[in-house]
Design a binder for this molecule. Sequence first.
Ligand code: ARG
Ligand code: ZN
Length: 894
Amino acid sequence: VTVYRKDYQPYPYDIPEVALAFDLAPDATEVRCAMQVRRKPDAGADAALVLDGEELELVSVAVDGAALPAERYRLSERRLELLGLPASATVEIVSRCKPSANSTLMGLYVSGGNFFTQCEAEGFRRITWFADRPDVMSRYRVTLRALPDYPVLLSNGNLVASRQLPDGRNEVEWEDPFPKPCYLFALVAGKLTHRETTVKTASGRDVLLQVYSDPGSETKTEWALDSLVRALRWDENRFGLELDLDRFMVVAVHDFNMGAMENKGLNIFNAAYVLADADTATDANYEGIESVIGHEYFHNWTGNRVTCRDWFQLSLKEGLTVLRDQEFSADMMADGMEAAAAASARAVKRIDDVVALRAAQFPEDAGPMAHPIRPESYQEIGNFYTATVYEKGAEVIRMQHTLLGEAGFRAGMDEYFRRHDGQAVTCDDFVAAMESVYVRQHPGRDLSVFRRWYRQAGTPRVTVKLDHDAAARRCTVTLTQACPPVGVEKKAGADYVKAPFHIPFAIGLLDRQGRALPLRHEGNTTETALLELTEQSQQWVFEDIAERPVPSLLRDFSAPVIVEYGWTNEELALLSAHDGNPFARWEAGQEFATRQILALAEARQAGRTLQADPAFIDTWRALLTDPALDAAYRARALALPSEKTLAERMRQVDPPALAVARDFLRAELGRQLAAEFRQAFEANQTPGEYSPAPVPAGRRALKNLALSHLMAAGETDAQRLAEQLYGQAGNMTDSMAALSALINFGQGEFPQQALAAFYDKWRDNPLVVDKWFALQASARSTTVQTARELMQHPAFTLRNPNRARALIFQFCLNNARGMHHPDGSGYAFWAEQVLALDALNPEIAARLARALDNWSRFVPALRAPMQAALQRVRAHEGLSRNVQEIVSKALEFA
Ligand code: ARG
Ligand code: ZN
């Protein structure tokens, strides 16, 4: 069944109060749900109270204290309808569920012997019958009862009572003062340790911050708690938003479908985004923890205080909260630096975010699952926690920030909270608040064209034409946009017309010496002009420009679009050496590298010998040795574009050819720039105590990039460097970098011995064992056969999502040679694993199912076996709704 956005109907009842009581036991937990219900004045007197429920056993139903006779309710597989209710009543439902058998990790489940919940989007209905939709908001009082084996008993809000029962069990009561939708409900019960601190909020209230984790892991929660304090301060300073609770808890769990969940006052996290110390976590892990801690904390206002009316509005909270976490991380990275260093640090963060967007969201927006950031329909909402809703959603918010400026955006946010605090609202409501500021700033303009970002899918292409009139010293820039229908939009037929987008397009012009030209634009003189493209094609004229300039386009990635402009390689080299906008400077080098690799892949396909362009090598040498560039930036500037990004540029995708081309260029750079890479390796050591701060992390990134080039080139002594680094590494970043270089490019016995020793050393730390699996799953020599052997390892299980991601997802998504072997064995493996996972955890299975989304754009030799594998999965009986939606769309809308 497909659900449509246009079919939204308000719920006919209010449920202002909910009292939940849990008798917790792994094999049978009893839940008593007492709710006050009030029919809305405009609802019909005969309106049934329709409640959702899944995999629950009904024990009893009572209304106002009396058992409800059978003819007054209807029970079906997924709903319970109560009929003939008075306008106001107390409804009490008792039900039972079985947490120990819940492998979906939605609703109430057991992990490591403890109880946890995950309710977003539709998991609460697996706990009790309820109006499981975000526009029904209630105040919750929660009672938890459990044996003393579960000493820690947590739920949302404040702890109001705690006692021991005559039967020896413990009982606690929690009360959350803020009305919330049921998707923000949470409970945790079990043996946990914690770390805590008290801080004063901006208004002077003391609040208790706690991070809970498995006993023994208390040494690994310092970074998470510190990050939480920083997030709290940042939201006060940048947005004027204060923590509204007396107590805020974060709990780590090892079995979790996603990154984390913003349950009111009781965030539940994948342990991978909480636990860290120098020995076991990489720089990237530290950064990820800070960012996800920030993300969930920021949801307290953008998501919880103001929530979504329905799930089509998911980007209302996710796009906005991703924008906020990106800005938080950027501010933390630039913290305490002088202006130029801070600008570079911010550019590094922007580059990382754009790389992720291009690798994950651009392909999604060009494939069968393409959807607007606010989808028009879905079959399973769990399939719409996507890069589009999250990351493109954040870009759409960022464009509003760009159009309004920092102060204007802040004014718009203030207005949003003034209008909607305590409500469940829509994306339109958000844009309307921003527009109220925009129209004041820009009389005569509005955001009506901008709103199309919310209802049209696809990545627009902006073609740039630059005309120079030497006699008139005038430069004319013409921007033209196009975005043909994608995915489900194609089904609407030829009469479906997409309208132009409102695209803020930042541009600079450089002279032939690489100097910035001053631009007259909207009454100012500037180095960066923000062109607002709102029609299919528009022109801008810049005066007093003597010679034909080199354009620096889409500075800071001012819009989620693809730029088409025919730079010469010489112009790209010039931009790469001189562009004053660090993002656009990086982009120029990436474009140059992309052309190189695509040309090499073509040569490979045609059976020609591969050769790198000396001008490209010179460009890379210049970046590598530019003393004005910090290490973190150089590590990004010198990183070759990912295979995912490159694939988007191929008419017919051929992953093995791309992998060979990219490897060739990596090795060739290592060979031709051996001395420079060697020098970078030596100059960027980070002796002394480990710190995850951006400067030492940047050094490690550059040093380890250098090592990978030297190893790939088979440079004499490179392996000695790698072995040495592996032996002496004082942190996991270096250990992993050395091990990865050795596994992928090393020779002799050492690599395999190191791998075995690594496992023995870390076998008791699941997060490190995940790294061990992931490294092998994505290694160049790993085949389907190797992947199958790894699945036989005693530490492997499909039931733990992190472990499945480490091995199966890494192989299927990140191992071009193994997965896309021409014999189709990778696709058969994929089909098998999708089905095996689907029997346990449909949400995770559906994510893996997406690995074949873009099958129709592959070379014919791969396309056919991919299609066959998709068909095989679709034909499987008893497929979940989740996987069904993905594979049928892949086959239908490709
Ligand atoms: N709201 C969470 C976050 O972005 C994600 C929850 C997704 N849950 C799910 N079952 N897909 O922080
Ligand atoms: Zn979120």
